[in-house]
Design a protein around this ligand. Structure first.
Ligand code: BG6
Length: 466
């Protein structure tokens, strides 16, 4: 659809930026923090999460930079083990105090805090007791949620339950150290996370005056390789399994029918305790957080033993599944230097599909370009590729708004450079450069990239110039 004029971004649009605790904070064993599963990660040649961007010790300086950038919102996650070092039991008051200070600092600078309660960093103590396979983890999350709402709910209005539950289920390796769960176990973990989120949503509505809460899955439109109807079935299969399972449960509190048939066919149906479906149906999110990086393209499964192609998969890589879908190429799209597709129009497609299904306000909680940024001899970082990437995506977001999508904010990944989930510090996303490399921590100095000044202007003028 072409429009003579685009609708503007709403006046109160939440121009923001995102990070997550374990990727940015560092101070992994300070002030009473317990260990999370991410702290077990010690790759040989790339950065681990021990120091990360040392945000824990640069918090005030970082918030000042957010204010200079003009951020209206900052999406960050709370480290479960900073609050509850064992995941349950004793509360660590220093952990509570750190986020109190951060939230106060944000508010003092006019920045809306948006809190993710759990971003990949399951407490190690809970993992050792079975993690999300163990129903007790649901209870532990509920208790943790209550602590967060009671501690910060007077100032934090926007909450996100679980970051990318669908990535944790579809790419489970990094989330289950020491074990390789079966698919049956994974769908039980998935169910348990659904129940935990639903309980958190209900609690938020009870405890946080005017609180708004939603999920934050990684959602993307899936394209059929050709107009061959068999390819369309395959894309529908994968879109349902990868995306709609998670949002249907969050919004309607029921299993997507096609996904349920898949679970039955494969023998993966989870055990559902009495009363859980009622809890799932009662919990109603207020908005949907959406992490969007790229679309995926798939072809019909042949069920010939080759549908699933094991490859070095990260969260954007399609693997395929016997009899369900087969990964395909999309020659219309460019790719990043890290092999992710670039599809700004796909963002518009994805937003339209989500809004059409759920009619809830949408907040883009992640989107951005991972690149090998370089600090040049003039002391700057000329990341025009990031500016180009975001310009194109912002334009498509505006078109989606013009299409009628209720988009309330956009939080690119990431505010500042941080440790990537798979490629350490060589893959940077931030508007702010951190002077360190994989192993050499250097000065950890903060340097504004060219994209910082560009985004500052976007926020000032409330959108891209037409
Ligand atoms: C999202 C995650 O999947 O993608 C983030 O929520 C992650 O934690 C981001 O950093 C970018 O992925 P990566 O692998 O490049 O760090």
């Amino acid at each position: 659809m072409f429009y003579k004029n685009c609708k503007p971004f709403p006046n109160n649009f939440l121009w923001g930026a995102s990070t997550s605790a374990y990727q940015v904070e560092g101070a992994y064993d300070e002030d009473g923090k317990g260990l999370s599963i991410q702290d077990l990660h010690h790759p040989k040649d790339i950065a681990d999460f021990k120091v990360a961007s040392d945000h824990y010790h640069h918090m005030k300086e970082d918030v000042k930079l957010m204010a200079e950038l003009g951020l209206r919102a900052y999406r960050f996650s709370i480290s479960w083990v900073r609050i509850l070092p064992e995941g349950e039991g004793e509360v660590n008051e220093k952990g509570i105090a750190f986020y109190n200070e951060l939230i106060d600092e944000l508010i003092a600078h006019g920045i809306e805090p948006i809190v993710t309660m759990y971003h990949f960093d399951l407490p190690l103590a809970l993992h050792e007791k079975g993690g999300w396979n163990n129903r007790d983890t649901i209870k532990a999350f509920e208790v943790y949620a209550e602590i967060l709402f009671k501690s910060y709910g007077d100032r934090v209005k926007y909450w996100l339950t679980i970051n990318e539950q669908n990535v944790m289920i579809n790419h489970p390796n990094a989330m289950n150290p020491g074990k390789n769960p079966s698919k049956k176990e994974l769908y039980q973990q998935c169910h348990n996370m659904f129940v935990a989120s639903a309980k958190a949503i209900k609690l938020c509505h009870q405890l946080v005056p005017n609180g708004k809460i939603g999920p934050a899955p990684n959602i993307t439109a899936i394209y059929p390789e050709k107009c061959n109807p068999a390819d369309v079935i395959a894309s529908d299969n994968w879109e349902s399994l990868r995306c709609w399972l998670y949002l249907d449960m969050a919004v309607y509190g029921r299993y997507h029918s096609l996904v349920w048939s898949y679970l039955e066919e494969k023998g993966y149906t989870p055990k559902i305790e009495e009363g859980e479906m009622e809890i799932l149906a009662e919990a109603k999110p207020d908005f949907l957080g959406v992490n969007y990086y790229a679309t995926a393209t798939v072809a019909a499964a042949k069920n010939d033993g080759n549908d699933c192609q094991p490859r070095n998969g990260d969260q954007q890589v399609m693997i395929g599944e016997e009899g369900v879908y087969r990964a395909a190429q999309n020659d219309y799209l460019e790719i990043t230097e890290f092999g992710w597709m670039i599809d700004s129009i796909g963002l518009r497609v994805t937003l339209r599909r989500i809004y059409d299904r759920y009619h809830l306000p949408i907040l883009i909680t992640e989107n951005g370009l991972g690149a090998k940024d370089e600090l040049t001899s003039d002391g700057a970082i000329h990341d025009e590729y990031r500016i180009d990437y975001l310009t194109r995506h912002f334009h498509q977001a505006q078109l989606a708004i013009t299409d009628g999508v209720d988009l309330i904010g956009y939080c690119p990944w990431s505010f500042i450079d941080l440790v990537s989930t798979h490629q350490g510090y060589r893959k940077r996303y931030g508007f702010v450069y951190v002077e360190r490399d994989e192993k050499d921590l250097k000065r950890l100095k903060r340097i504004k990239k060219d994209s910082f000044y560009w985004y500052q202007n976007i926020i000032k003028q409330n959108g891209i110039e037409e």
